[in-house]
Design a protein around this ligand. Structure first.
Ligand code: FAD
Length: 522
């Protein structure tokens, strides 16, 4: 069966085969797979395969191995920005096809711990709604935006304001089912095939296709006290943020994030980014006289769980929450008066970026190109980065959020494939540009991203790119550093010896089938 549809894939001519569990769409019928959220590159596959099972994924990979030049890219929700989920002339696996809600399952360990078994193509939003609605349970670690797939974020890292405390998403996985580049389906975990397990986490899709992930679940909070405060001084902002992320868990927030914005009333780059909907207003007269071109907004959240007891206990709980928030906020050096708080539901809090999506769809910037740049910058160099980049090159803003918030390296397992800076505390810097038309040309923004990377290199900052986009082995070797690159190459040889998988990352060229003939393929 597989060979039959491989011929169609190569010819890219036949219509969708609706009669089989696996469906294959001719590329012309599926432009989606030739594009991604970034809108900067385009690569047309020979065919899009919609797998109905891990076996279908394995069949596609085995069939690709029989051709000298065929590659296979798993596509999650296509939210990459540089073609990472594309396969020029190859097969794109539409992982969303593996993500029917009925395939999520609650699993209990012998000790009673709860886990969700979810398809690799499930959206985190689907995991959230399924877990909270059916079981009152939820994962601990999220991304800001939840319409991303489990397999897509686990192939990168998966970070948000919870990462400092609960670890990134790659630190919140108990088990994976993976189809490796030799067409074998394996179940791996920290204790079973650990090398494969850790290779795949943050592995940029290079070692296998995640068809199922087992995610630890915890009782879902009921409400969230969500607070934003504003700083004029980056030194104060970072000192406070670092203090907050290094507090003991019983005296810490559940979420710490933040962003830089322009000190003006510009609706896209300035103060309107800060307050919550529903009345709170930003009063710029409260800013200190010497405030510079860029301000900073620290964003914290404390979860509250439902109490199953008497009303006065609920009052006690409310008092406890208020006291805890007050105790943590009191020593912070934000601009007094520029403080905005709200109590929101847990699901609403985690879904907060959906409003951004709705607005961006309305104004056309969701469909426009997104020349985004994501970096991890060591705390050692973040002041210099702020001076040179945020207050320097980007002092007028980027027509989108400039996230800057700290996390802890000790929450990341060094065995995963993710490349991080050296220091224990490092910052996510996410330059999330939205092009609304009338602004600078996209090429200029891409060039500015390159200039920022050059400045980081030239100034000797301890940094790594997140969602890296490099060309060729030399650049990738520099990205990983000698020891980690060697391990990455060794793992590639072990799990995808023909370099069939994730060609859109531009790391390894496809090897001819004759160069290696791993047992699993024929
Ligand atoms: P894709 O873009 O489809 O794929 C990404 C890579 O993973 C590709 O190489 C692909 O081949 C591979 N891949 C996909 N599925 C699988 C699989 N099942 N098995 C193996 N490999 C696979 N990231 C964060 O960490 N935190 C955030 O807060 C955050 N917010 C975002 C907000 C928006 C609006 C957008 C567009 C992106 C955001 N991201 C964030 C980035 C996001 O994590 C990446 O885009 C990531 O690639 C996930 O997107 P995806 O599921 O669409 O994967």
């Amino acid at each position: 069966m597989m060979l039959a549809y491989m011929d169609r894939a190569a010819a890219a001519a036949e219509p969708e085969d609706a009669g089989e569990a696996v469906t294959v769409a001719a590329a012309a019928a599926d432009d989606e797979a030739a594009r991604d959220f970034g809108g900067l590159v385009s690569a047309r596959p020979a065919a899009v395969v919609r797998p109905a099972s891990a076996d279908d994924v394995a069949s596609a990979i085995r069939a690709a191995a029989l051709r000298a030049d065929l590659t296979v890219a798993a596509r999650g929700n296509g939210h990459s920005v540089s073609g990472q989920a594309m396969a020029e002339g190859g097969l794109v696996l539409d992982m969303r096809a593996l993500a029917l809600p009925r395939r999520m399952q609650l699993v209990r360990s012998p000790s009673g711990a709860a886990f969700a078994d979810v398809p690799g193509g499930a959206l985190w939003e689907e995991v959230l709604h399924w877990g909270v609605k059916n079981h009152g349970l939820a994962p601990a670690s999220w991304t800001d935006y939840l319409r991303l797939t489990v397999g897509g974020t686990l192939s990168n890292g998966g970070v948000s304001g919870q990462s400092f405390r609960y670890g990134p998403q790659v630190s919140n996985v108990a088990e994976l089912e993976v189809v490796t580049g030799d067409g074998e389906c394996r179940v791996c975990s920290p204790s079973s095939h650990p090398d494969l397990f850790f290779a795949v986490l943050g592995g940029l899709g290079q070692f296998g296709v995640i068809t199922r992930a087992r995610i630890p679940l915890h009782p879902a909070p009921q409400t969230v006290r969500w607070t934003r405060v504003v700083y004029a001084s980056f030194a104060d902002y970072t000192a406070d943020a670092e203090w907050l992320v290094t507090r003991p868990p019983d005296a810490a927030f559940d979420y710490v994030e933040g962003f830089a914005f322009v000190n003006s009333d510009d609706p896209v780059n300035g103060w309107p980014l800060v307050p919550f909907p529903g009345g709170a207003r930003f009063d710029p007269s409260l800013l200190p006289a010497g405030a510079g071109p860029i301000l900073y907004c620290l964003e914290v959240a404390l979860y509250q769980h439902q109490q199953q007891h008497r009303a006065h206990d609920d009052d006690d709980e409310e008092d406890n929450k208020n006291n805890k928030v007050s105790a943590m906020m009191a020593p912070l050096k934000y601009v007094r008066g520029l403080e905005f708080a709200a109590d929101v539901g847990y699901v609403e809090f985690l879904s907060r970026v959906n409003r951004v999506e709705e607005e961006a769809r309305r104004n056309g910037s969701w469909a426009a190109p997104h020349p985004w740049l994501n970096l991890f910058v060591s705390a050692r160099d973040i002041q210099a980065f702020d001076a040179a980049v945020l207050k320097g090159m980007l002092a007028d803003g980027i027509d989108g959020p400039m996230l800057v918030y700290p996390m802890l390296k000790s929450k990341w397992d060094p065995s995963t494939s993710v490349a991080l800076p050296d220091g224990e505390i490092f910052y996510l810097v996410a330059l999330l540009r939205f092009c609304r038309g009338g602004g600078p040309a996209v090429d200029e923004l891409v060039a500015q991203n390159r200039a920022i990377l050059d400045a980081c290199g030239r100034n000797g900052y301890d940094f790594k790119t997140y969602f890296p986009s490099y060309r060729g082995e030399a650049e990738w070797a520099r990205h990983f550093g000698a020891a980690r690159w060697k391990r990455f190459v060794d793992r590639k040889a072990r799990y995808d010896p023909l370099a069939i998988l994730a060609p859109g990352q531009n790391i390894f060229p496809r090897a001819p089938a004759a160069a290696a003939a791993p047992g699993g393929i024929v």
